[in-house]
Structures are given as structure tokens and as C-alpha cells.
Write a protein that binds this ligand. Structure first.
Ligand SMILES: *Cc1c(COP(=O)(O)O)cnc(C)c1O
Length: 363
């Protein structure tokens, strides 16, 4: 059955590769000759073991992770990580540096403060409405870790390069740009990403931790909030979100086998972003909101001449098969999320529509 699909620019949950959805559909009733759906088999079954191990292996290959790193799958979204990180990695007497680049950073900071942990916000772009990524930050050399948000989904900014924090490990929320480009993992103590933006469906968070950090974790942390619980059991201490992990595995397979890895993915993402920003920069009608050197390759935020036109733009775009273009309710305006699974053709269709809309609405 061929479905009538639209170009999906949703911020999250977001577009998945069509071939992944088709593969799920094809195998939904009978997973690998088991006579059962993947949603019906035990998480202790050999079939599921193969799925989760393959997802871990592919994550390691795609990101060039060596054996220093653990790959974990945890429920509760990126938001649960905001509280688990200080709980696990910020013991009495230590402090951590946080950089505030928008809504999600702010939430991460709040969760550390709620626990009475010692943290310092060493840089913030709040005064300029989070329209840029701070530079030349003075990090504390004795900080336990530095927390960053690599891509600011709502404000449309992204770290083009990560700062040099010397020997202090970076813990990074990569929810909206995980697997969008190659990484120098040496800088990081931990990476995490709610899967529903760029690597799969909602329900699971991909967490990558440098193993030596696991030694920091106090015994008093509750079992289900302790990374060691997940690391010791290959994320199978209790029932994991099996279907979400399976979908992540298929997305990672698509990244490796169809796209050909993160270098290729980054080149495609670059082309998509260039096309959209380049078009907007060439005129006055659409105005990108992020400062040029801080623009996100994943979430392109922009304004039209007035709010009435923005409303019409979003409505008419949808009528033309282009969905999900409304800006976050906290900031207004428009946003095109152009994650990995959004094709260059989809962005070309969007730019085509933008030209038509502009012509029809300019005096
Ligand atoms: C969406 C998002 C989150 C929240 O993710 P949940 O999985 O819904 O908790 C956190 N950080 C960033 C950067 C996001 O884009």
C-alpha cells in the first residue's frame, strides 16, 4: 500500500527514513521467522539480543567509539538525563560548568539546582534571546564536567565546533543533532540524545558514556537512575523500550548502509542547510533568526514580515504538502527541522514554495 506522505519538517518526533518505515511494516507480523512481532517477543530472546547488540555496534562504528565508551539505551527521554547527570557525576565538594544556550540548557541547569548541586553557569546567550553560541568561555579547570547543548532545537543555533575544555570532560545534550555529523569523541565524557529527533522514535534516549566516569557514581543513587545499572546489563536490567530500540537499530543501519556514514550525512545536511539559508539571505522577505556563525544545520528558524503572514505561510505550506513549519510556541515564527531523514528534495520543495508564497504576498 502506497501512503500519501508529505514532506515532514516536524521538530520531534520527526521524519524517519521511508525505507525504515517500510522495513518495519514488512516485518511487523513476523520478525525473522519467529512467527511473532518484534513487539511481542521477550527482551531476553535471542532475536532481541541481536537487535540491541547491532544497535550498539553500529553506534560505535558510526561515531568511531573505542572500547572506552559504553552505549546505553534508557527511557525517560533527554529530560530524565538532565536530573541523572548531576545525580551520578556531581558528588559533594565538586562543581560543574554549564553553558546556557536556550530552553533545553536552562532545563538541564534547573534540574542540577533542584538537587542543591554546585554548578556555575559560565556563559549564557540569554541577553540576546539565545540567538548565538557564546565564544571564548572561561571554564573552571577543576570542574567535574562541562555541560553543553550541541544544537538548540527551539532557537535554531548549534555549536559549529566544540570548545577546548582541556581535561574536563564535556557532557553534551545532542538530542537534535546526534549522528548528523562526525565527532571528535575524545572531548566528551558523555553524549546523550532523545531518539525522536534524529535517530528514531520517542521512548528511548541514546546515552554514550566514557567508562571511567562510571567509577564516580555514588552507591546511594537509586538503581534505575544509576548508569552502572544499565552498563552492567547491556541496557537490559529491566524491560527496555524494545520497539524504539529496534527502530533506532534500523535508522543506524540506514545511516551506515544507505547513506554511507556520518561524513556523507554531514555533506548532505550541509547542502540542505546551505540551500535554505542561502535562499533566505538572498532576499528580505524571510529573515533567519540565528546569528550567521551560530546557525543550526538541523533547525532553521526564521521570521516573515509579520505574524499574520507567518500564520498563512504555515497553513498554505501544509496545504501544499509541507508540514511542521510552525515555530515553537515559546518563540513564534517559523522553523524548518531538516534532520537526517529529511531529503534534499524536501528542502528544494520547501524553497520552491517559499518563492511562490513570497511572490504572492509582496507589495
Ligand atoms: C527535544 C529535546 C529535549 C527533550 O527531549 P525529551 O526526550 O522529550 O525529554 C532535550 N534537549 C534537546 C536539545 C531537545 O531537542
Amino acid at each position: 500500500m502506497k501512503a500519501d506522505r508529505i514532506h515532514n519538517f516536524n521538530p520531534g518526533p520527526a521524519a524517519l527514513p521511508l525505507t525504515v518505515l517500510e522495513e518495519i511494516q514488512e516485518n511487523l507480523l513476523d520478525f525473522q521467522g519467529s512467527g511473532m512481532s518484534i513487539t511481542e517477543i521477550s527482551h531476553r530472546a535471542r532475536e532481541f539480543d541481536d537487535v540491541i547488540n547491532d544497535a550498539v555496534d553500529r553506534t560505535k562504528r558510526l561515531l568511531n567509539l573505542d572500547d572506552k565508551f559504553e552505549v546505553l539505551f534508557i527511557q525517560g527521554g533527554a529530560s530524565l538525563q538532565f536530573c541523572m547527570i548531576p545525580m551520578n557525576f556531581l558528588p559533594e565538594g565538586r562543581s560543574a560548568d554549564y553553558v546556557d544556550t536556550g530552553t533545553w540548557s536552562t532545563k538541564a541547569i534547573k534540574e542540577a539546582e533542584l538537587q542543591g548541586k554546585s554548578i556555575q553557569v559560565v556563559a549564557s546567550s540569554a541577553a540576546k534571546n539565545y540567538s548565538y553560541i557564546p565564544k571564548n568561555i572561561a571554564f573552571n579547570s577543576d570542574a567535574a564536567f562541562v555541560h553543553l547543548t550541541s544544537n538548540n532545537t527551539i532557537k535554531g543555533t548549534q555549536w559549529a565546533e566544540f570548545p577546548d575544555t582541556k581535561s574536563v570532560p564535556i557532557i553534551c545534550d545532542m538530542s537534535s543533532d546526534m549522528m548528523s555529523r562526525p565527532l571528535d569523541v575524545e572531548k566528551f565524557g558523555m553524549l546523550y540524545a532523545g531518539a525522536q529527533k534524529n535517530v528514531g522514535p520517542a521512548g528511548v534516549c541514546l546515552v554514550i558514556i566514557r567508562k571511567d566516569l562510571l567509577d564516580w557514581i555514588p552507591d546511594t543513587v537509586p538503581t534505575m537512575l544509576k548508569y552502572t545499572t544499565f552498563a552492567a546489563k547491556n541496557s537490559l536490567y529491566n524491560t527496555p523500550p524494545c520497539f524504539a530500540v529496534y527502530t533506532v537499530q534500523l535508522v543506524l543501519k540506514w545511516l551506515e548502509e544507505t547513506i554511507g556514514g556520518l561524513e556523507n550525512m554531514a555533506a548532505i545536511n550541509q547542502d540542505k542547510a546551505q540551500l535554505l539559508y542561502g535562499f533566505m539571505d538572498g532576499g528580505e522577505f524571510y529573515r533567519a533568526t540565528a546569528q550567521a556563525d551560530s546557525r543550526s544545520m538541523m533547525n532553521v528558524t526564521f521570521r516573515l514580515p509579520n505574524e499574520d503572514l507567518e500564520k498563512q505561510f504555515v497553513e498554505q505550506a501544509l496545504a501544499n504538502g509541507l508540514g511542521g513549519l510552525k515555530g515553537h510556541r515559546s518563540v513564534g515564527g517559523c522553523r524548518a527541522s531538516i534532520y537526517n531523514a529529511v531529503s534534499l528534495e524536501a528542502v528544494e520543495a520547501l524553497v520552491g514554495f517559499m518563492k511562490t508564497f513570497e511572490k504572492a504576498n509582496i507589495e
